[in-house]
Each structure stands twice: as structure tokens, then as C-alpha cells.
Design a protein around this ligand. Sequence first.
Ligand SMILES: Nc1nc2c(ncn2[C@@H]2O[C@H](COP(=O)(O)OP(=O)(O)OP(=O)(O)O)[C@@H](O)[C@H]2O)c(=O)[nH]1
Ligand SMILES: [Mg+2]
Length: 344
Amino acid sequence: MAEVKRKVSSASGGGSHPVIQPEVWAEFFRNSRRACARLITAVENHPELVPDIRDRLAGHEKGAIRIGITGPPGVGKSTVTAILARREIEAGHSVGVIAVDPSSPFTGGAFLGDRVRMQDLSGDSRVFIRSLASREGHGGLSPSTPYVADIFDAFGMDRVLIETVGVGQAELDVLDCADLVLLVLQPGTGDIIQTLKAGIIEIADLILVNKSDLAGTEALLESLRFLFDIGVRQRGRPAPPILAASAIKDQGMDEAHAAVERLICGLVESGQHLENRRSRLEREIRAAVEQDLWEKFSAVTDAESEIGALSERLVTACESPYPYIRGLTSSVRFTSAKGKPGHD
Ligand SMILES: Nc1nc2c(ncn2[C@@H]2O[C@H](COP(=O)(O)OP(=O)(O)OP(=O)(O)O)[C@@H](O)[C@H]2O)c(=O)[nH]1
Ligand SMILES: [Mg+2]
């Protein structure tokens, strides 16, 4: 870990402007798992490195399919993820696994499943497992998740499985960086209500009722089918496949994996895969432009302190903030459509 820090620390050793050393890139492109791990650590700990990392990865990404695996806490997401990863490997794919959950069994070393032990997977060169700490305010995903998926893609993984923290509404974030969303539920917990409220049922491409070895599976399957019959789904999207499995017993997982692969085929054939990529890029570009403009704006206007002072002043005044906002932003001029912002 100390070595990772050193390799991404500043050239002068100060750490305020970290850079990734050329040898790390050289190793990464020679397929070094250690270098891959270093890049992931860099992107996690130094978001400011994202532009440089994205520049370097360009041309190496091949369009890995990103599969979000979401659902309430404890339903078996990690168990399902491990088995799907194994199935993908057996089908000839290489798999990156991102487990956004510090308490996930992925971090603990010993995997709980009877059939699939995590050690089996972690010793396999066709799979790369990485746990990311979810950060407050970012729902079920760590903000670095999409970039870690980009790194896996450029590293040659063609499937990226992303397990989210089971937190409810914020799991909708999964949609932002996944091509497919697999919703895992379990019988007998009433979780269906929680997922309905959060809107996850609407975005799921596949619903897997896990723990089908427990009582209540049929009832949950019935309720789900009923929900889709009465039109819980918006915008004319077809009802997703609803399957039952017992991941711990490795029952029903062949069917679940086949359903995932069928969905992937559909995505690729329809071009939806490219459309997903396009909209991810659009969001990334938009966010980067906003960030860049904000930094330039606040550098020339002292906007941070003006906004602070303005909100202090308005909190007890019955005034609209907009005259002040217009005053603040109208002081910025764009010299031409292609010009750079200036300031009076
Ligand atoms: N009975 C039964 N238990 C299961 C099954 N799949 C997983 N479990 C158990 O359910 C518990 C939670 O499994 P995980 O895979 O950690 O669930 P998770 O959704 O990843 O949990 P969090 O990440 O903490 O939200 C573990 O004790 C598993 O052994 C199953 O098919 N049947
Ligand atoms: Mg888990």
C-alpha cells in the first residue's frame, strides 16, 4: 500500500499534485494486476487524477458490459455476484467485480457460500475483484465506480459486475453506470415495498428472487408478476424476466446467467449498449464542464464567499435571491462562441 502511494505521489514527493508514474502505466498495459490495482487506488483516493487516467485509457477500452447487482441488504447480492462471475469465466469471459460495500464478504477473504468460495475466484487470473468504500452522499455507489469500470475495461475485462450497497432509493445511481440492472430480492422480508418506493422495480432489467430454498418464494413471485400485470412499469418498458434461485445451493443460477447473457445480446444487437455509453459520456462531459466553469468562475469572482455572505444576508430578509444571482453571473462574459470566459 505504501508503494501504491509512492507511485502515485507527486514527482516532487509533496503529494499535492499527484501523478501516476510512467512505469505504472507501462506495467498496466503489460497486463500487471498490481498496476491495475494501483490505478484503482489512485482513482479512488485522487479524483483529480481522473482526467489523466481517462486520457491514458482512451483507445484501450473495448466496451465491457457493466452489470449492476442491487437489492436490499442481506438478500444475497455478493453470493449471486460470485456465482455469476464464475459462470461468466466458464463462458470464456474475463470479469471485473466491483463490490461497493466495506462489509462485503469480498473484503473479508473467506466467502460464505458452500459451493463458491471466494478464494476460488480470487486466485483466478480471469477475474479481478475490488471492494470500494461507498462514500456518503453517493448512494449505493462510490463516486469512483464508473472510472474503476473504465480501468477494468481497458485492462481487458469484458464483463464488469457492480454490487451496490443495499440502501434503497439511492441505488438508482446504479443506472448511471450500468448497462443492465439485476435486482435481487428474497422472500419473507417485505423488501418488495421498499424497492417499489425507491423506484428500483421500475429500472430492473432482471429480477432474481434469491433464497428460493426459504418459504415464501412462490408468494413473492406471485406479487411481482401481479405488479407487472397491473402496470407498475412506466414508459412502455416490457416486464423484466422474473426468476427464482438459491445462490447458496447454486440452484437456478444457470438460468439466471443465461437470462443475463440474453439481455446482453439484446443490448448489443439493438445498439442500446452504445446508447448507454453515449449517455454516460454526455453526463461525464457535462459534469466536467460544470466543474471547470465553476472553478474558473470562482477564481475570478470570489464566488464562494459572495454566496456565503448572500445567503447569510437573505436568511432573515424577505427577498428573492435572483437579483443577486444575476448580478453575480452577469459579470462573466464569453468573448465568442468558442472563446474563453472573461470577467469585467
Ligand atoms: N438460505 C439462503 N441463504 C443465502 C442464499 N444466498 C445467500 N445467502 C446467505 O445470505 C446472507 C447474506 O448473503 P450476502 O451474499 O452477503 O448478501 P448481500 O446482499 O451481499 O449482503 P449485503 O452486501 O450485506 O447487503 C449470507 O449469510 C449468505 O450465506 C440462498 O440462496 N439461500
Ligand atoms: Mg454484499
